[in-house]
Design a protein around this ligand. Structure first.
Ligand code: UDP
Ligand code: MG
Length: 317
């Protein structure tokens, strides 16, 4: 609608090469939407510099000073991670009275042309429009890990669409609800299907990154996956319980076999090798289970401390 104040939120970490190109493309789309009266002229782009070490902030400042772009921005005091950058952008969009906000990556690997479709869905009354990847441009290993992650998280009872991305539109009502979520260990992707709001999925083709490289290492993705699972499911703790039960049961059977063997001198019943293998397996499982419980304790600890999710150093509004 012509009075909709739309905020396009972009998390940026070392995106100096990509940002000028992306801003121009986004601005063309915003202009088109404003001209065609899908959104109001007060719409803006909100950039969050997540403690970049290159000259991303200088580029943001230049865009802010250029009256052609309607840019607002904040800069974190250090790198707090992509999830904190996204939530900061959404919180600021809410405080700046945006009616709707769209999050998109600075490299525009998500198809920015789908923004028009997002806005049309918002006009039809959807509170959330989720961008779902039709394909992945990642290598075979990352692709396999991502597919496995979605299978595991769905099996653990979390309602999240496979190949969901951080490309989505949320209404002001969603932003308001989101402002009540104070958790530090954010897994933003998991939140949206959980709210029960009117949600639409829009599928898009993923593009190759034009400049720079992915900011996620294998270990940072693994940490994000663990955070997602721990944030939304306690089933792993139940699995630990059943695993313990199963291992204890097999151990009792082995102990009975051992006693029978000793009493009747039956050499064909389990020998020492089997007991040693079983002990190694059970010890491995024990450490794994402690690790799983440790993930939950770690998350409880950080939640109890309730430290700020990010610290803002500079603002351009
Ligand atoms: N990003 C961020 N903080 C980080 C890592 C990434 O704000 O610590 C931003 C990054 O600048 C980009 C988005 O998050 O806008 C997605 O990152 P990237 O394109 O590297 O992820 P990939 O597409 O490889 O999953
Ligand atoms: Mg990317």
């Amino acid at each position: 609608m012509q009075d909709t104040k739309l905020a396009i939120v972009i998390p940026c970490f070392n995106e100096a090469q990509m940002l000028p190109v992306s801003l121009q493309k986004l601005w063309n789309i915003l202009h088109k939407l404003i001209d065609e009266k899908y959104i109001g002229p007060e719409s803006f782009v909100f950039l969050v510099d997540d403690g970049s070490l290159d000259n991303t902030w200088d580029i943001i400042k230049k865009a802010y000073e250029n009256s052609e772009f309607k840019v607002k921005a904040i800069r974190f005091s250090r790198n707090f991670g992509n999830q904190s950058a996204i939530i900061a952008g959404l919180e600021n969009a809410y405080n700046l009275e945006a009616d709707a906000a769209i999050t998109i990556d600075a490299d525009l690997q998500q198809d920015e042309n789908k923004i028009v479709e997002f806005v049309k869905a918002y006009d039809e009354g959807y509170d959330i429009v989720c961008g779902i990847r039709k394909n992945r441009t990642d290598g075979l290993f990352k692709k396999t890990c991502a597919n496995l992650f979605y299978k595991v998280i769905n099996f653990l009872g979390v309602n999240i669409k496979p190949n969901h991305s951080e490309f989505r539109l949320v209404s002001r009502r969603t932003l308001e609800i989101l402002s009540q979520y104070k958790e530090t260990n954010l897994f933003i992707r998991g939140l949206f299907y959980d709210l029960g709001l009117k949600t639409k999925d829009v599928y898009f083709e993923v593009k190759e990154r034009e400049f720079g490289k992915s900011k996620f290492s294998f270990f940072s993705l693994l940490a994000l996956a663990a955070r997602g699972i721990v944030s939304f499911s306690v089933r792993p703790l139940r699995i630990v319980f059943f695993l313990g039960f199963g291992i204890s049961f097999v151990s009792v059977l082995l102990a009975i076999a051992c006693i029978v063997r000793l009493i009747f001198h039956l050499n064909y019943l389990p020998g020492l090798e089997l007991f040693e293998t079983w002990e190694t397996f059970a010890t491995g499982m024990e450490i794994l289970c402690i690790g799983i419980i440790g993930e939950y304790i770690g998350q409880i600890l950080t939640e109890v401390k309730a430290r700020p999710r990010y610290i803002t150093d500079e603002e351009l509004k």
